[in-house]
Design a protein around this ligand. Structure first.
Ligand code: 0A1
Ligand code: ZN
Length: 881
């Protein structure tokens, strides 16, 4: 048996090297003796050699940071020469064909700052096992294709840990000597160990129930720290809505008698779908009107739904290996998006998704961490819980649904569950189920699983007046810098706008015109589609609803965009046309800044914005989205070399110029949208608040005392976090005494409330104010700052490094140095979060020479750090390669 020698570079694992395990584990009996200094874990595993494994093959179990106390087979202690304990494994020579392996190990949850395995949060015990955390709890075959039935006994001090939870059903509880007690939990469903969970602590429960369509009553329990018990109602409602929706939409019913959610304050990610016992970052559970914003409420609804939907897409049917992660994540994100769209406004939801994809995923896909949605290799799996696997993965599922139609997609999903319930499978199995259920060929489509980068679709339209025909030519080009990529199967949803509005479409091979959208299937390098009976030269509305995760390249005049912005029946495309126009305007302004020309905001653009503000057909949320200028990161992606300062100056100028031009209508909107009663989380109210805060943002940007006063008043008088956070953000950007006093008041009121205090840090970190860097430096030394709490670290440093392009990429390099310092400080304790943070340096080659040099120097400094974790090492090495 070989172990990596200390100091050897960590080796990548390749998808092509997948092999079935030599042994499998069918039953797992665990006993946890939870203690203040250490925890003892007793494990009895029913192990079986696979039929094609040669007799005598060693059993190699994974294990990390475990102190082995005992090892026995079928009740007999194993002689020392029958096993080898390595730093990450326990190898047992020739264990037999079927046997019970017993181990006893000691672990130290108190010292576990990585928050992977069994750890402590706010004095309670909790676990996080995905991707490879179970091996930090006991020796095991820690891979998702080993599925077992679990029975778990949790023992602890009764006074400190009155609540003892694990997966499945509670089958026994009782008292033990010395003030201790226990609970036994049995999970009837076989599961991979990454879905194991345990919680012990002093928690309160907000409960409810759900009656399934086959009339079973499921008990729902949301467990939180005692102070938070009044913040659980929204999470429970969201869970009930998700359960109903999955029955109605996909025919999927919940399968246990109890569903538990536990909110914890220290968590590396958003939440975890452990079977029957989800563990959540408190941020995605707790909400009260005065502590959570409308966006927080939406985030909770979607994450609660996401984890619930995993019960079928992830748990009942799981992944064969971690390369298949998008099988469960892309699909589950897709399902939670469909759900959110159904719960609120589909257009608003879609715009949010696409904005996120373009800002974050497109950037990842064109940088050093670019990978296919099904990666070919990894060094640290935790680094591959990415926006590509999740969000682009969801787009790929969405394209299949577009190609198959809603009913065809449902047929495919049904077949997938029918074939694979209880199995660990691959992305190819999923695609095969969709194809077989519909009798279609998705072979070419499968390339989306292996391609890297954002493909480009070019479009050209020719109108033949004499023939009254419009020919649309679509051409696919490989992602930039990736020539030779294979041709993809790309659904392009298209509409045509005539002078009087949308046209009923008739492709030349069709017999009659119908509908105003067609999904064109682009499979060749170049294809032409001819529309008949087109009365006049139309404007094409392309990629409606963002039907494929591609970059669209098409020559369109500003006037064409303005027409789409005004008249496209697809609300997403109207927004998209507006953003394209805004992008052009801002990039031209940035050019003017660089050339030292006088700045003036395009009049047509101002007029288009004024029309949106006054458009009766648009709800407040859509108006706010349409009137929010593209962010600086998005603009930078359009440039050869990101012009950090010019983009910032251009955008700031445009905001102020728009505010000046639209001052009166903005003021009118602000007045007309004043609240008429206490906070309510309802669609119309959310729309109203969105529009009102958009107007306030522009008005405060004018910097005039009257407008600043509006923000101060709103901050002081509002009864809800949505309005007070928005006002505070604008005051922070404005600066001056108003900022200082609002920040002080906010801190005084909320400093004992971690989730709210996170906002206080984050708002300061993303500020456009020129003194932001110095303030962030000071905040990193603030007594309330805690680098080891992931939410707090992200709220200050993640927000600064990943969202504040202008300040992080200061030319003097101080922003870079700050983030690099914190990466180095955090890495020895929590490499997962440190790796997320160091990704801020990934786009370094996109900047000018001075900034490149500054970032490269920081990357090299990090790379030179002795003992760097493999998580950070992988990111930094790829960035420098
Ligand atoms: N499966 C979870 C995400 C998750 C992944 C890894 C974690 O720890 C390293 C935690 C959560 C989800 O998709 O919600
Ligand atoms: Zn997930």
């Amino acid at each position: 048996m070989t172990e990596a020698k200390p100091g050897t570079a960590p080796q990548p694992i390749f998808r092509k090297d997948y092999r079935r395990p030599d042994y499998t584990i069918e039953r797992v009996d665990l006993r946890f003796e939870l203690g203040e200094n250490f925890t003892t874990v007793h494990a009895s595993l029913a192990v079986r050699r696979m039929h094609d494994t040669p007799a005598g093959a060693p059993l190699v179990l994974d294990g990390e940071n475990l102190v082995l106390k005992r090892v026995a087979i079928d009740g007999r202690e194993l002689p020392a020469d029958h096993y080898i304990v390595g730093p990450t494994s326990l190898t047992i020579a020739d264990p037999g064909a079927a046997f019970t392996l017993t181990t006893v190990v000691e672990i130290r949850p108190q010292d576990n700052l990585e928050l992977s395995g069994l750890y402590r949060s706010s004095g309670n015990f909790c676990t996080q096992c995905e991707a490879e955390g179970f091996r930090r709890i006991t020796y095991f075959l820690d891979r998702p294709d080993v599925m077992a039935r679990y029975s778990v006994v949790v023992e602890a001090d009764r006074a400190r840990y009155p609540v003892l939870l694990a997966n499945g059903n509670r089958v026994e509880t009782g008292e033990l000597d010395g003030g201790r007690h226990f609970a036994r939990w049995d999970d009837p469903f076989p599961k991979p160990c990454y879905l194991f969970a345990l919680v012990a602590g002093d928690l309160r429960c907000h409960d409810g129930e759900f009656v399934t369509r086959s009339d079973r009553t499921v008990r729902l329990e949301i467990w939180v720290e005692p102070d938070n018990i009044d913040r659980c109602a929204h999470a429970l409602r969201s869970l009930q809505a998700a359960m109903r929706w999955d029955e109605d939409t996909f025919g999927r019913e919940y399968d246990l008698d109890i569903y538990m959610i536990v909110a914890v304050s220290d968590f590396n990610m958003g939440a975890m779908e452990n079977k029957g016992l989800n563990i959540f970052n408190a941020k995605y559970v707790l909400a009260r009107p005065d502590t959570a914003t409308d966006d927080d409420y939406d985030g909770i609804e979607s994450v609660i739904a996401h984890e619930y939907f995993h019960n079928w897409t992830g748990n009942r049917v799981t992944c064969r290996d971690w390369f298949q992660l998008t099988l469960k994540e892309g699909l589950t994100v897709f399902r939670d998006r469909l759900f959110s769209a159904d719960m609120g406004s589909p257009a608003v939801a879609r715009i949010g998704d696409v904005l996120g994809l373009r800002t974050n995923q497109f950037a990842e896909d064109s940088g050093p961490m670019a990978h296919p949605i099904r990666p070919e290799s990894y060094i640290e799996m935790n680094n591959f819980y990415t926006t590509t696997v999740y969000e682009k993965g969801a787009e790929v599922i969405g394209m299949m649904r577009t190609l198959l139609g809603a009913a065809g997609f449902r047929r495919g999903m049904d077949l997938y569950f029918e074939r694979h319930d209880g199995q660990a499978v691959t992305c190819d199995d999923f695609r095969a189920a969709l194809a077989d259920a519909n009798g279609v060929d998705l072979e070419q489509f499968g390339r989306w699983y292996s391609q890297v980068g954002t493909p480009v679709v070019r479009a050209r339209g020719d109108y033949d007046a004499a023939a009254r025909a419009y020919t649309l030519t679509l051409e696919q080009a490989p992602p930039r810098g990736r020539d030779g990529a294979e041709l993809l199967h790309i659904p392009v949803a298209v509409g045509l706008l005539g002078p009087d509005g949308p046209l009923a479409l008739k492709l030349s091979e069709e017999t009659a015109a119908s509908g105003d959208t067609r999904v064109l299937e682009l499979r060749e390098r170049s294809q032409s589609f001819r529309f008949a009976d087109v009365p006049a030269a139309p404007v094409a509305s392309l990629l409606r609803g963002f039907s494929a995760p591609v970059e669209l390249a098409v020559e369109r005049s500003d006037a064409d965009l303005a027409r789409l912005m005004a008249a496209d029946p697809d609300e997403f495309s109207r927004w998209d046309a507006g953003q394209e126009l805004a992008r052009r305007v801002l990039l031209r302004l940035a050019g003017d800044v660089e050339a030292g020309r006088e700045l003036a905001l395009d009049r047509e653009f101002v007029a288009a914005c004024a029309r949106i503000l006054g458009d009766e057909r648009l709800d407040g949320s859509l108006k706010a989205l349409a009137l929010t200028l593209p962010n600086e990161r998005l603009l930078g992606q359009q440039q050869q070399v990101v012009a950090v300062d010019a983009l910032h100056a251009a955008r700031q100028f445009a905001v102020q110029a728009l505010a000046r031009a639209l001052r009166e209508p903005l003021l009118a909107v602000y007045r007309a949208t004043a609240p008429t009663g206490p906070y309510r989380i309802e669609r119309a109210e959310v729309d109203r608040r969105k529009l009102r805060n958009l107007a306030l943002g522009y008005l405060v940007a004018l910097g005039e005392p009257d407008q600043v006063r509006l923000a101060v008043e709103q901050f002081e008088l509002s009864d809800n976090m949505t309005d007070s956070e928005a006002a505070l953000a604008f005051l922070i950007d404005h600066g001056g005494p108003e900022r200082d006093s609002a920040l002080a008041r906010f801190h005084a009121r909320w400093h004992k409330d971690p989730l709210v205090l996170d906002k206080w840090f984050a708002l300061q970190a993303v500020s456009t104010h020129p003194d932001t860097l110095d303030r962030v430096l000071a905040l990193a030394d603030h007594p309330d700052f805690n680098l080891l709490n992931p939410n707090r670290a992200r709220s200050l440093l993640g927000a600064f490094g990943l969202r504040n392009q202008h300040q992080f990429h200061r030319e003097d390099g101080r922003g870079h140095a700050l983030v690099a310092d914190k990466v180095l400080a955090l890495d020895p304790h929590n490499p997962q979060v440190a790796a997320r943070l160091v990704a801020a340096f990934n786009p370094w080659r996109r900047f000018d020479a001075a900034r490149q040099q500054s970032m490269r120097a920081q990357l090299e400094r990090i790379a030179a750090q002795p003992g760097l974790s493999k998580s950070v090492r992988e990111i930094v090495d790829r960035a420098l390669a």
